[in-house]
Design a protein around this ligand. Structure first.
Ligand code: DLL
Length: 433
């Protein structure tokens, strides 16, 4: 039986959702106009006033916000409430430039935690469950978001944060953890360690995993599900919009339902900024409808994916997003060819490897080089050079047919590639361009 956290919203008719969005958008535009001078200026430059926005049909008139705006307005330029009404900040791990710092009122935290609670319930969670949150706690939104959601559902919450892998497994066993929340790469690492410890799916009390914060493939899902004996659910979100829980998978595992009472999603062509029809692949853009402290209007996520409104067997009516293919800024252009790390991962997993790999891109004599280092699994480990060369050639061929590009493949011994406890770093781009 499918369970819902807020069925009156999650299963509402399209008309009800549209009416709610219309009302909230009009209010939110006024809030931003009155309280966020940075965005008001953008509206003025575009010749738009709140009077022009009468419903969601007028959304396209509003200007976009991008990471560039967030950097320019850092730290307080986009805050929509007096600081004395703000109770928390969270921040991205941003490796380049300024971090994004997002602000929350208590109302913002409540709606964020509701979104995470919906995700936990959609994964089968109830107040009978023990939910271990192994996302990082602190500035990263993963730990605090799922922690809050888990409380709301009434699960017994185990806030282990990430790291200390053997202790994670000890808690899973001793406390009979039933739901595990962490990044998919950390889940794969935990699964690998459990196998090494001789634990099979029947020895592991887990029933579900809620894995997100980075791109992961269907092949990786199957591997983790088989090793841990669980059903693995995807969850999506970003700091700018609150954190995890913007969208989540249900039992159908056919895309993630976007919480449409809080967010409007659009897909645009990243080059022309034109809004694309349903089903087209493009950049995901979100408008937050009822965030107070850090309102985001038409925020360009850089994530590339598609949306569908096809009926879902779970009964939820909210639009679904496909797994993001990667970020437009993760996409590598190698010898003129667009390459997403997720395509490389698919080839590796289809050839029986685990997701332990690194992609090294360089430029030698003005030509781009693509070197994929892949760990052999313990079962396939050998020092027979002929066998290794044969396996490498298979992967070179597989990558050629997926990418249309010749890569160099180097097989390395098990356990040589550093494991990730948070978001995995898969690409090293050494090109100085
Ligand atoms: O990663 C929030 C989060 C925490 C989501 C825990 C899910 C679970 P940021 O650090 O701001 O926030 O990174 C946001 O991560 O724009 C995507 O590129 C990527 N991302 C998040 N979830 C997924 C997912 C958190 N399920 C950025 N699949 C986003 C693919 C994802 N990419």
């Amino acid at each position: 039986m499918e369970r819902y956290y807020q069925p009156e919203i999650e299963c509402a008719s399209r008309e009800t959702i549209k009416a709610l969005q219309d009302e909230r958008l009009v209010k939110q535009v006024q809030h931003v106009w009155d309280n966020v001078p940075y965005y008001r200026k953008k509206m003025e430059e575009k010749g738009v006033t709140p009077a022009d926005i009468k419903s969601t049909d007028d959304l396209h008139k509003l200007p976009f916000l991008s990471k560039h705006d967030l950097r320019e307005a850092y730290p307080y330029g986009l805050v929509g409430k007096p600081l004395k009404e703000c109770v928390r900040i969270q921040s991205t791990s941003g490796t380049t430039g300024k971090r994004v710092v997002a602000f929350y009122t208590q109302h913002d935290i409540d709606l964020w935690e509701d979104c995470c609670a919906r995700a936990i319930v959609a994964a089968g969670g109830t107040d009978e469950d023990v939910c271990q949150v192994s996302y990082g706690y602190g500035l990263f939104t993963g730990g605090p978001g799922l922690n809050g959601g888990s409380h709301k559902v009434g699960c017994l919450t185990v806030p282990t944060s990430s790291g200390n892998t053997d202790r994670q497994i000890m808690f899973i066993q001793d406390l009979s953890t039933t739901i595990l929340c962490c990044t998919p790469s950390y889940a794969a690492y935990l699964a690998e360690r459990m196998k090494e410890m001789g634990l099979g799916p029947d020895d592991i009390p887990l029933k579900a995993g809620i894995f997100g914060a980075e791109a992961w493939s269907e092949e990786m899902r199957r591997d983790i599900e088989a090793t841990m004996g669980i059903k693995a659910f995807d969850i999506y979100g970003l700091t700018e919009l609150s954190g995890p829980g913007v969208a989540f998978e249900c039992s159908a595992q056919q895309g993630m339902h976007i919480n449409e009472d809080h967010f409007i999603a659009e897909i645009i062509d990243p080059d022309t900024e034109e809004v694309l029809p349903e089903g087209s692949q493009g950049e995901l853009v979100f408008t937050a409808l009822d965030k107070e402290a850090f309102p985001m209007m038409r925020y360009r996520t850089r994530d590339i994916c598609t949306l569908t409104r096809e009926k879902c067997s779970c009964g939820r009516t909210h639009v679904r997003m496909a797994k993001p293919k990667g970020r437009s800024d993760d996409m590598l252009i190698i010898r003129g060819v667009n390459v997403f790390p997720s395509q490389i991962e698919t080839v590796l997993l289809n050839h029986g490897y685990a997701a332990n790999y690194q992609i090294i891109v360089d430029r030698v004599n003005n030509t781009d080089t693509l070197d994929v280092q892949v760990e052999m699994t313990p079962e396939m480990f050998t020092d027979n050079l002929g066998e290794i060369e044969g396996r490498q050639k298979d992967l070179v061929d597989g990558l050629k047919s997926m990418l249309g590009l010749k890569a160099k493949v180097t097989l390395v011994a098990p356990k040589t590639i550093t494991r990730s406890e948070g978001k995995a770093v898969r690409v090293i781009d050494r090109r100085k361009i």
